[in-house]
Design a protein around this ligand. Structure first.
Ligand code: ADP
Ligand code: MG
Length: 688
């Protein structure tokens, strides 16, 4: 149970004074649902208001805090024009400018003939100084409250800087004094403040707050590494089963395959075999670019379980993928007499009951499916291996739920998101990993080009010519910020535009479509009844249409590199040469330009992931959310890489000395785990 000292921090943000039901959802989206999330809402910079020049000496383009006399208000002569308030000191005049200012409020706040201290960005226009919407206006005796260094917070529409600052401070006031969980010697060597002082310094950046930030970053990294080490230990302690396949089923399937395994596939399979044959439980991540051939590896691993008399399950994140796996795996398995069934959310009633009874009676050797596999009434006779495809789409608890359906179930997780080595440790420190870093032979490189969106007409023309020449094309529509609805609107609009040229040979697919409708469109595209498929990012995962050789991605700069790479992986799967056109909106920042250049120059997913991390910094890696990599709130894997290594060793040492976190520091470390919401890890402790 979470220690009660943390309770105030896990109240909803809406419980903070001054944060009502209207704004609470905005804050939730900005920082997170709990008070503690506001504590982690790191300032992105500071504004120094200590500069207090005379009016004549205040340069344009700089923030200044000025003491001025109010001389006159000039109300606007039309509603679109601003109210202007003329002020002065002995050295000159400055005008304060307010758009849509409320007249009575302005007169009260800036009474003519009185002195006020104002702070804001000074503008010089035709030699005249002005401040548009000063950030602060106070009386002389309050002057000290504003002539300070002020944190600047990442904002969202609808919330002002002042408001967010106020709420962060309200959250700070709720922060209890917590017992120290850091090793005292290490802490004092680093000159780090205590937890609460560090938080206070983070949000009141008067002085250099580096030490404070680093301490908090280390807290987060330690919580992360400790939790992973605990999960791993838990998995290891759980006795595994020894699966020694005799190879008879495998031999038949290998025989039926129209190709031989790549070196990387053979190597990964050997690693998996060794895990499955050992008496410890397997928890292995198979990383491999799109098209690197993970499915076959998974199938061969599942056959080992089946050869030993157990069952295997493969879970995919979407219906499309589950069906695709079924159509690949079923015929291969059949060639060895292995019985395969499919279970998805779409199976209902009698048909579903029939599958379930075959599974529980052991008449199904391999069960493929979606989240539907978690359901309580799915019972195996003897589940021995669980394969989880696109593992980042599932939560840790879902992984556990599936493995709880058997006795000491081995787990093989797969991902097509190449993960940089530094992040692998933070994201999957509890897993062993195998890499498929070699593509099956015969794949043609994809010709990738980067073009401005202004050349859309040319692009449409080129796609049309390609289609006339027999190609099939994906057209991916832009990701519109935060809103699925506008994503959809953009895709629908583009589909409509393109339908004028392509008629009923242009299809549309998006996440809001019902499963059967979506599958029907995919099938039509696969069968060549459609030439062009306009899509939102639902096509990202899986989807195998070898005839598709063209991909257009609009506003490519809005996608994460990992995502672009995944999307591009949909083409270049067949015999014919493929082309990917990345269209960008202008203006393009230097970083965005560099990122698209990486895409143009390389098809190596591991390299692209490393470059993405380098160019964006870890915290910003787009796709941290989609990819399920931990989005760190305080630590930055790029900046704090040194601390990560220390945290890893620290965690190891902690568990060697006090495996149940039962000692005094152990207890404090439990608090740390709860603070960073690693409750799952604490549950692995005997007295959790
Ligand atoms: P992933 O799931 O890793 O994206 P798949 O398992 O779907 O990739 O494999 C992509 C394609 O490559 C499939 O059509 C598969 O049959 C083929 N393939 C897999 N392994 C090999 C191999 N060793 N040689 C040739 N083709 C292969
Ligand atoms: Mg796959």
């Amino acid at each position: 149970m979470r220690p009660s000292s943390l309770n105030p921090l896990f109240k909803p943000v809406g419980s903070l004074p001054g944060l009502g039901p209207r704004l609470a959802p905005l804050v939730e989206r900005l920082s997170g649902p709990h008070v503690v999330d506001l504590l982690w809402h790191r300032p992105s910079g500071v504004i120094d208001r200590r500069f207090t020049p005379m009016v004549a000496d205040a340069p344009g383009g700089q923030v200044a805090t000025l003491t001025v006399m109010i001389e006159a208000h000039t109300p606007p002569d039309s509603p679109r024009r601003p109210t202007r308030v003329r002020c002065s000191d002995e050295t000159g005049f400055i005008t304060l400018v307010f758009f849509h200012g409320r007249e009575d409020w302005l007169r009260r706040t800036l009474p003519v003939g009185e002195v006020r201290v104002v702070s804001g960005l000074v503008d010089r226009f035709n030699g005249e100084a002005q401040i548009v919407h000063p950030d602060h206006i106070v009386t002389l005796d309050q002057r000290d409250t504003i002539a300070v260094v002020e944190p600047v917070y990442p904002l969202t529409a609808g919330i002002s800087a002042k408001q967010i600052g106020k709420w962060v401070h309200a959250a700070l006031a709720q922060a209890p004094d917590l017992p120290e969980w850091q090793d005292p010697a290490w802490k004092s060597r680093q000159n780090w403040p205590g937890w609460r002082d560090a938080l206070t310094a983070l949000h009141n950046p008067q002085a250099d707050s580096t030490a404070a930030r680093r301490r908090l970053a280390y807290d987060e990294l330690l919580a992360n590494q400790l939790a992973l080490a605990m999960m791993r230990r838990h998995m290891r302690q759980a006795k595994g089963r020894v699966f020694h396949g005799d190879g008879r089923l495998r031999a038949k399937v290998l025989n039926a395959l129209p190709f031989s395994l790549t070196g990387a596939q053979t190597r990964s399979l050997a690693e998996i075999d060794a895990d499955m044959a050992s008496p410890l439980r397997m928890l292995r991540l198979l990383q491999g670019d799109v098209g690197s051939g993970k499915t076959v590896v998974a199938l061969l691993a599942m056959l080992t379980a089946v050869e030993s008399g157990a069952q295997a399950a493969l879970m995919a994140p979407t219906e499309i993928l589950a069906r695709q796996h079924h159509s690949t795996i079923e015929p291969l398995a059949a060639s060895a007499g292995v019985r395969v069934a499919l279970l998805t959310g779409r199976d209902k009633g009698k048909a579903r009951d029939a599958v379930l009874s075959r599974v529980v009676n052991g008449e199904v050797d391999i069960l493929l499916g979606t989240h539907a596999l978690f359901q309580a009434d799915v019972v195996f006779r003897d589940l021995g291996l669980a394969v989880i495809d696109e593992q980042h789409r599932f939560g840790v608890h879902q992984r556990l739920e599936l493995t709880n359906k058997g006795r000491a179930v081995d787990v093989l997780a797969m991902t097509a998101t190449p993960i940089p080595r530094t992040l692998l440790l933070t994201a999957y420190g509890d897993m062993d990993s195998s890499r498929l870093d070699e593509k099956p032979p015969g794949r043609k490189p994809v010709d990738t080009r980067v073009l401005p969106l202004t050349r859309l007409d040319e692009v449409v023309g080129a796609v049309r010519r390609a289609v006339q020449g027999g190609a099939r094309a994906f057209w991916v529509c832009p990701l519109v910020e935060e809103s699925e609805t506008s994503d959809l609107a953009a895709a629908e609009q583009r589909h409509q535009d393109l339908s004028e040229l392509f008629g009923n040979r242009a299809g549309l697919i998006h996440g809001r479509m019902k499963g059967p409708a979506r599958d029907a469109v995919m099938a039509a595209f696969g069968a060549g009844e459609l030439d062009l498929l306009v899509a939102t990012t639902v096509i990202e995962v899986g989807v195998d249409v070898p005839q598709a050789t063209v991909m257009v991605i609009e506003h490519a700069e809005r996608f994460g590199l990992a995502q672009l790479h995944q999307l591009r992986g949909r083409i270049g799967r067949g015999e014919r040469a493929s082309t990917c056109l990345l269209l960008y909106g202008s203006p393009l920042s230097e970083t965005a330009k560099a990122r698209l250049e990486v895409m143009r120059a390389s098809e190596d997913g591991f390299l692209i992931a490393e470059e993405d991390l380098r160019l964006r910094g870890g915290g910003e890696m787009l796709g941290t959310r989609q990819s399920g990599l931990p989005g760190f709130k305080l630590a930055d894997p790029a900046e704090d890489g040194d601390l990560l290594a220390v945290a890893k060793d620290d965690a190891k040492l902690i568990l060697e000395r006090d495996p149940e976190l039962a000692g005094e520091r152990g207890g404090n470390l439990r608090t740390l785990l709860y603070l960073f919401e690693r409750d799952q890890a604490v549950l692995t402790l005997r007295s959790g």
